[in-house]
Design a protein around this ligand. Structure first.
Ligand code: PRP
Length: 213
C-alpha cells in the first residue's frame, strides 16, 4: 500500500461543515477538525493516511494546483475566478447559489443599451468575461472584498456581480437580480500529478464520495 499521506484542502466558511459531513459519509473522518476553538491548522488521520486543512476559499485551488493538497473542496465560483490548472472531478451538490448581476430595479435598463457602467464585485474575472465577452458591453470593474451589496447603495457602482443564495441580502437592501450569469455549487478538485501518481487511491476516494452523495 502507498503510505504517502493524501491531503485535503477545504474552503473555510459556510461550506466547511457541509464538506466535513460529506467526507464523513464517505468514511473519511477527522473529528479534530470540527473543534471551532482550536487554532491548529493541519489535521491528520494516521489510520486512513489522510491530512486535512482549512484555507481561505480563493487559496484552495492554489494549494491543489501546486500539489500542497491532493484534493480540494471549493465553490465553482472560485474555480471560475481563479482559473487554476486542476481537475474538477465531482459536483458535490451543496453550496448551491447563482452568480448574478444585481442592483436597484432602476438599473435594469443600464444593461440593455451597452451603457458604460460601473460594476462592483469580488469576482473581477467572472464579471469581465460576462460583460466583455458575452454581453459585449464595456464596463468599469471595481474589485471589492465583501459586502458588495453596498456598492449600488452608496453609489460606488451601478450594478454588482455577486452570489445569491437565499436572496435575503438583496431583499433587505432593496436590490434585485437583474441577470443570472450561471449556477454554482461546491466541487471536488484534484491535483493533476496526484491523479496520475496515486490513481488507485484517488479513484477510491472519488468513488466513496460519489456513493455518499
Ligand atoms: C455572500 C454573497 C452575498 C451573500 C448572498 O456573501 O457575496 O453577499 O452571501 O447570500 P444570501 O443570498 O443568502 O443573502 P458572504 O456572506 O460570504 O459575505 P461577504 O459579502 O462579506 O463576502
Amino acid at each position: 500500500m502507498n503510505k504517502r499521506f493524501l491531503t485535503f484542502a477545504l474552503a473555510k466558511g459556510r461550506m466547511a461543515y457541509t464538506a466535513m459531513d460529506l467526507l464523513e459519509k464517505a468514511g473519511i473522518h477527522c473529528e479534530e477538525m470540527r473543534d471551532r476553538n482550536s487554532r491548529k491548522l493541519v489535521f491528520v488521520n494516521e489510520e486512513l493516511g489522510l491530512r486535512f486543512f482549512l484555507a481561505k476559499s480563493p487559496d484552495v485551488p492554489t494549494y491543489v494546483e501546486y500539489g500542497a493538497a491532493d484534493f480540494g473542496i471549493v465553490g465553482k465560483d472560485i474555480l471560475m475566478e481563479e482559473g487554476r490548472r486542476v481537475y474538477e472531478v465531482l459536483d458535490l451538490d451543496f453550496g448551491k447559489c447563482a452568480m448574478c448581476v444585481c442592483g436597484l430595479p432602476s438599473a435594469k435598463e443600464l444593461l440593455c443599451h451597452h451603457e458604460f457602467i460601473r460594476v462592483g464585485t469580488k469576482y473581477p474575472h467572472i464579471a469581465k468575461d460576462y460583460f466583455f465577452n458575452k454581453k459585449h458591453q464595456t464596463v468599469d470593474i471595481i474589485k471589492l472584498n465583501g459586502s458588495v451589496e453596498l456598492g449600488p447603495l452608496v453609489e460606488l457602482a451601478d450594478v454588482i456581480v455577486d452570489l445569491v443564495e437565499t436572496g435575503s441580502t438583496l431583499r433587505d437592501n432593496g436590490l434585485v437580480i437583474l441577470e443570472e450569469i450561471c449556477q454554482v455549487s461546491a466541487r471536488l478538485i484534484v491535483n493533476q500529478v496526484s491523479m496520475q501518481m496515486n490513481s488507485e487511491r484517488i479513484k477510491q476516494i472519488i468513488s466513496a464520495m460519489k456513493e455518499a452523495l
